[in-house]
Write a protein that binds this ligand. Structure first.
Ligand code: NAI
Length: 330
């Protein structure tokens, strides 16, 4: 099948070209992000492959259908960027990669916790500058602390296992209890109780209308003063302005994030020679107790290989008229 890849980077080309030796699809890699302005590039392609920050709203979907595209393959797990109802009405089939390495994301979340707690970013720069003083680097033992996990699906479960290894007490909030987590000793509770008790709160739930701004001014008032908040899920789970206010008062002690509400205008690009126009992002960056990474939690060799295999497999199944278990329905 002829597939147009939007938002493609050199590492996508390497992993997809390697994997495609088994599939023999025709892959065309396009650098631009999919938007109403770039959708015309998809003309003549029965399938397109899109990533996290591609725009798959109504206008783009209508144009894709008009151009003759039938299949949309998301090379990611989250699908908050696509209007599935409109896609269904237009007869577009949407597939995704539900799991490619929950370990990658869980391990990155733990990396953010250690980075913030032990101030590794400051320590690294200090030692390189021959400054061996310890003032300002004081951390805390994770052993014995309470970790609150919001969303205990595939990634939340991996995260729970790792944090149990640190000797943490584990609380979780999820409408669906996970039996592996229960066996680990995770205690399920409601969101207000988790927020009140947790020293570290980590988000592992999807961004859906119900979870938009799950962490907001009201929830930040409920957290334990000085708690740490980690977000490796989606930026829209958090009201960034509310987080900034809570950081300013000290109510929130640390914030580590791999995602940002307005990240589509920033992440995955080298903007080091430009003036960033997003004042909220710049203010967030200025806090000494904030660590931001640019949506790299998924970015491991294993994950890229699995993403390529599942995506090309999904499209092969659709091409052959077979049922695809990774198809998304509204
Ligand atoms: P999953 O579908 O296995 O688990 C999600 C869990 O969240 C489910 O158990 C679900 O019941 C729970 N949930 C739903 N609504 C909730 C709510 N209101 N409160 C608490 N829990 C709720 O998904 P998985 O694979 O664990 O991924 C989680 C999220 O991680 C994805 O939706 C995606 O947004 C994000 N992600 C981020 C990546 C990154 O590179 N930063 C890479 C991959 C995923």
């Amino acid at each position: 099948m002829k597939i147009a890849f939007f938002s493609s980077k050199p590492y996508d080309q390497v992993s997809f070209n390697n994997t495609n030796q088994r599939f023999h699809h025709e892959l065309v890699f396009l650098e631009p992000r999919l938007t109403p302005d770039t959708v015309s590039l998809a003309a003549g392609f029965p399938a397109i492959c899109a990533f996290i920050n591609d725009d798959l709203g109504e206008a783009v979907l209508k144009q894709l259908a008009h151009n003759g595209t039938q299949y949309i393959a998301l090379r990611c797990a989250g699908f908050n960027n696509i209007n599935l109802e409109v896609a269904r009405k237009l007869g577009l089939t949407v597939v995704r990669v539900p799991a490619y390495s929950p370990y990658a994301v869980a391990e990155h979340a733990v990396g953010l916790i250690l980075m913030l707690n032990r101030k590794l970013y400051r320590a690294y720069n200090r030692v390189r500058d021959d400054n061996f003083a310890l003032n300002g680097l004081l951390g805390f033992d994770l052993h014995g602390k309470t970790v609150g996990i919001i969303g205990t699906g595939k990634i939340g479960e991996c995260f729970a296992k790792i944090m149990q290894g640190f000797g943490c007490r584990l609380l979780a909030h999820d409408p669906q209890e996970n039996s592996v987590c229960l066996d680990l000793g995770v205690q399920y509770t409601d969101l207000p109780d988790l927020l009140t008790q947790a020293d570290v709160i980590s988000l592992h739930c999807p961004l859906v209308p119900d979870t938009y701004h799950l962490i907001n001014t009201n929830s930040l008032v409920q957290i334990k003063p000085g708690a740490m908040l980690i977000n490796t899920s989606r930026g829209g789970l958090i009201d960034t302005r509310a987080v900034i206010e809570a950081l300013k008062t000290g109510q929130l002690g640390y914030f580590g994030t791999d995602v940002y509400e307005e990240e589509e205008n920033l992440f995955f690009e080298d903007l080091s020679d430009t003036v960033i126009q997003d004042d909220t992002f710049q203010l967030l960056q200025s806090f000494p107790n904030v660590v931001i990474t640019a949506h790299q939690a998924f970015f491991t060799q294993e994950a890229l290989g699995n993403i390529a295999t599942t995506t090309l497999d999904n499209l092969q199944a659709l091409e052959k008229g077979k049922a695809c278990t990774n198809q998304l329905c509204p």
